[in-house]
Design a protein around this ligand. Sequence first.
Ligand SMILES: Cc1ncc(COP(=O)(O)O)c(C=O)c1O
Length: 465
Amino acid sequence: MSAVKEDVRVAFRAVKSSSDLLSEQTRRESSAVSYPKRIPIAIASASGSYIHDIEGRRYIDFLTGAGVLPLGHNPPALIDIARDQLGVLVHGLDFPTPAKSDFIEAHLSMLPESLRGKYRIHLCGPTGADAVEAAIKLAKLNTGGGEVISFFGGYHGCTQGALSLTTDRDMKRGLSNLLPGVHYYPYSYCYACPFGLERASCKDACANYFARSMKDSHNGIGDLAAVIMECVQGEGGAIPVSKALIQEASRFCQENGVPLIVDEVQTGCGRTGTWFAFEQYDIEPDIIVMSKAVSGIGTPCSFILYKERLNTWPAGKHIGTFRGNNIAFATGAEFVNEMKSKRILENVRSRSDQVVDALGSLAEKHRFIGDVRGRGLLLGMEIVDPESKERSPEIAKYMQKYCLDQGLIVELGGRNSSVVRLLPPLNVSQQTVADALDIIMAACEAVSMKLALDQNSFFFTDYVI
Ligand SMILES: Cc1ncc(COP(=O)(O)O)c(C=O)c1O
């Protein structure tokens, strides 16, 4: 692009303010737009752990494109590779290419040593939901069964099949005829135990319930195709599965020839401190679903890894025009190399300790922080009313807004959107984490002051855009 054109482009951009772009969006785009309603900014550019809005305000980004930017925005080495690949090949359907070969080799090399050589890869359409669809179809084809077990709080995407496995009632309301034959089981949400038990005395109630009901000839479940679960529920509010529950599910699947699908769309690629979250649970999934971070820079891509014995489907059984994103393949291979060479998993673990220690101290001081949990850099605080201990979406929303005003982007999730979620880049620095924690600390102080003055004031914190 010539210098003159570039000037024109910059000038054109500068003409519109953030609020111009936000109101233009409200006028022109779907009413289903979601993030800007909670985080009303228009993004001009981004780099590393930071986003800049049109007015030049800088925000620490602890949302990172909902977890698709493991190395932050525009990591220079990967951007160079993307640029080079642009001139070589962009779209390759499912033809073999050198970039795809490197990508597959890199990702397969991240399987734990004992599992290497046991899995095939199937590249899917670009979204996590499409990979979930592929996993369910593959499981159905192999078992002849049609029913699926999913877990309370699970999120698997928004296409109709994936949404059927998802448990958020608001997302499903009004959409009849989703996939039939999905059964939902309690998940180890120990802070608000589905059985109403105290954490210390629950004795793995959800694992035992799962085991008992699977033995019950009158449990109402027909022929199963799969059990699907997240090792740490992301959208569900940063909730790790208990070892007992996932191991029970795995044992049941093995004994009954039912494929266990682990949805690593959000947890994969090191987000939880190991490359795959399932590595922390001593299980061997039959199908692993991957997306979000796999390309390293947010260029869309997804795939499933599945056990060799499941490789029974005929050519063309699960296709998708956009399953050959060679920019994603090229950057994804280098992303894996960087994760290894720069020992980024170690950073995930130490930054995780830094955040968890700080939030733990905050929870001791502030009674509205009900729980601090998660794994690696998939973390959250459940926000509650300090008196009733009911979830408090109002306080959570206030905290999100306060953080945004002070230059930190955080997301809300979980039941009633009452969990403040933190998803920093995996290579985030100690200093950036410290800066973000300062803002969270200030937000907590502001909540405390507000609570001391007038609890009801939390009901009036919505943005108007
Ligand atoms: C665990 C999990 N599965 C599936 C999906 C769906 O991915 P996508 O939004 O790319 O369809 C998500 C998205 O957040 C997710 O967190």
